[in-house]
Design a protein around this ligand. Structure first.
Ligand code: GFB
Length: 322
């Protein structure tokens, strides 16, 4: 099947990657380095995306023509639960400020990034884009999910009222080199890489896994996600959000086993059911993106092995702490 035609070109354009230091933003920067466009980035210390006037002034001055909005306050299941106000407020403000300022500054196209936790906790599997707002959310991440649903709706509303070309994409759980590694606060892959690596180094017989190990998750490498976002930027322009995933998932127990193999850890696991499982499953239906001609390339084992290699190098040179 051939790819959907290019309907928007990035060539010669000024493209702002908001959130360029994050996992996906950094991957988008790497991916855009292969396009003939001018990359714009700005550090958090220079521009606080939560401040409306500052965002409007920065955009008027920097004049991007296209924006990939990868900036967000994010974290794993425990951070989501512990910092509900920040996860809701920060993400609402960032999205609203950037989209409205982009409209005022005549930006041509904006891509807003979300997450598949926007879908109902018990959505039918695999989850299609049409399942949005058909049932209650998973309580551990409803704050983040509500903000990201607002992002989808801002994209729809600005297209409807102003004819502004704002699209939204919902990647599944992302991982890869440059991820945020902190045992309490990070997502499951960096948490387990860190914990299993430490257990091996200390000669510990077992590693704590949160919850029952039975929830299933779909994981997408950040470089695949970035490739999909650039693909969508150039080939998609419509109301519906678009899922971005691999179409394959595995249980947390299976994930822990795979990471232990990669780390070469021969100990066991103990499951702490005092910690939350979160949503039981969130496998995405990728039909819309597949119909446009895109599919993920990185196999999970290879992606995890490369991430582990990056983690060891980052530990050695002090970019991350154990
Ligand atoms: O990646 P994670 O934190 O987020 O957790 P979610 C995924 C699963 O791994 C849950 C289990 O079932 C956790 O209980 N798990 C096991 C662990 N051990 C650990 C551990 O040591 N650390 C962590 N973090 N998990 C997030 C949402 O949900 O996914 C966000 O909270 C966002 O809003 C993100 O959508 C992509 O997949 O449950």
């Amino acid at each position: 099947m051939s790819d959907a035609p290019i309907i928007y070109t990035l060539e010669g354009k000024r493209v702002w990657v908001a959130g360029h230091r994050g996992l996906v933003g950094a991957a988008v920067v790497r991916r855009l380095n292969r396009e003939r466009c001018t990359l714009l980035t700005v550090d958090r210390a220079t521009l606080d995306l939560k401040r409306q006037a500052a965002v409007e002034a920065w955009l008027k001055d920097a004049r991007p023509q296209a924006i990939i909005l990868a900036a967000a306050t994010v974290g794993g299941i425990a951070s989501n639960d512990a910092r509900p106000a920040e996860f809701l407020y920060d993400n609402l403000m960032i999205q609203a400020n950037v989209i409205e300022a982009a409209r005022q500054s005549d930006v041509e196209k904006v891509l807003v990034l979300g997450s598949t936790c926007i879908y109902p906790k018990f959505a039918p599997q695999p989850i299609a884009e049409e399942d949005l707002l058909t049932g209650p959310l998973e309580p551990t991440n409803e704050w983040y999910a509500l903000a990201k649903i607002a992002g989808v709706k801002l994209a729809e509303a600005y297209r409807r009222q102003y004819g502004f070309d704002v699209i939204s994409a919902m990647p599944t759980n992302l991982y890869g080199p440059g991820d945020f590694f902190a045992p309490e606060a990070s997502h499951v892959i960096p948490a387990l890489i860190g914990k299993i690596h430490a257990a091996k180094a200390r000669g510990e017989a077992s590693v704590e896994i949160w919850g029952t190990g039975r929830p299933k998750r779909e994981f997408l490498h950040c470089d695949d996600a970035a490739d999909a976002l650039v693909f969508l930027m150039t080939r998609y322009s419509d109301y519906s959000t678009i899922n971005v995933g691999t179409g394959e998932d595995l249980s947390i127990r299976e994930l822990a086993t795979l990471i232990a193999e990669i780390v070469d850890y021969s100990g066991g696991f103990h499951f702490n059911t005092q910690r939350p499982d979160g949503t039981p499953r969130k496998l995405t239906a990728g039909k819309k993106l597949a119909a446009l001609g895109w599919k993920a390339r990185t196999n999970l084992r290879d992606g995890l092995a490369a991430t582990y290699q990056w983690y060891r190098a980052a530990l050695a040179d002090g970019r991350v702490r154990a």
